[in-house]
Ligand binder design. Sequence first.
Ligand code: HSE
Length: 433
Amino acid sequence: MADALGIALVGCGTVGAGVAKLLLSESARLAQRAGRSLELRHVVVQDQHKLRPVELPSSILTKDLNVALHDPHVHVICELMGGTTTAKQVVLESLARGKHVVTANKALLADAGHEIFEAARIADRTVCFEAAVAGGVPIIRALAESLSANQITSIQAILNGTSNFILTAMAERGIRYSQALAEAQQLGFAEADPTLDVDGSDAAHKLAILAQIAFGVTAKPHEIERVGIEQIEAIDIRFATELGYTIKLLAEAWVAGGHVALHVAPVMVRKTDMLAQVRGSFNAIQLVGDVVGETLFQGPGAGMMPTASSVVADLIDLAVGRAQRTFDVAKLWSKEGRGFSVEPSEKVRSRFYLRLMVMDQPGSLADVCRALAEQGISISSLVQHEAPEGNSQAVPLVIMTHYAETGKFRAAVKVIDRLPAIQQPAVSYSVDD
Ligand code: HSE
């Protein structure tokens, strides 16, 4: 058997502990898959005495990153600390020291992918990041390797387990948003700062990474429009159910000509659709390729052992030498684009759900319909329940539109929000049909 692959972990939180656990408990199986043993030589942590979910020999715990960087028997540094400042230094120093890097850090790649991958090319080392998108779902390999004969034409994905857990709990158990978020945090899915989960940022980081592989585009943060789930109201979840839909936070990429539109937003998905069946903290990625057609990848998108599964798969690929070959040809985050540019979502065509709180009085509905008609938007269905106590109060009016351009729909909503009969800003979601 060839020499062992020497590994150092930097960070031993939920993911790091899972990786250490797997490396220590399944060493024989992993050695067989890798053709050589995977040797955990160092675990770099801030506090050596902290209680962790994995028992580690004290000899491998250190506070000093240099111990790992200067060990000639360490071939790979796993950056599992999160954050974008120190983590970036760790990755760049590791590459400069001739180590391969495995990272689960989607924010870092989305922010600094170009710098990191250029540094790796200069150092002739490889950066692997299967765990950065969708936890245990092998979507990076699927895109970079298994579907490499395709041009991807659309991506629709549930990429944040915390949000999906919250939306599932609100829809199925009728619990409040804050309670569902607290449960997700207790279960260990949520980011250290859960705002990133619920405001769409975490999903946007992951979408940026998928878009890099699928289209060769480096999307700047502001080029991915994002709307989170914090504002979703129980009334819209109830209307969605009544209409046969469920609300999911989707990260989407739509291609038209040489343009790709990227956005993250709550979307109404038909209850019978595959994405609607993805519950709890699970992630799913629906890809359409011009050769293969529609595919769906689904699995645990967060959590200790699913994420460890992906990190260790990267280690095995490095041990075998596969990862280095893929890295060389993929030319990720390089200047070599593939002719796509990122465009705003204004031209994307969709159906829309529009909920208004309107005064139940003559002409209200006519005004709303006129605003839509002026943008060429046709109504597909309309629901208004009678006000419980006469017609002196605002009632919810729900409109489903036929397909329309996003920009035109937004223009109509601007006009509608200014109508005298409208009592609250309109709530709208695109509808996936
Ligand atoms: N916080 C993320 C999620 C998991 O809830 O999906 C790691 O990316």
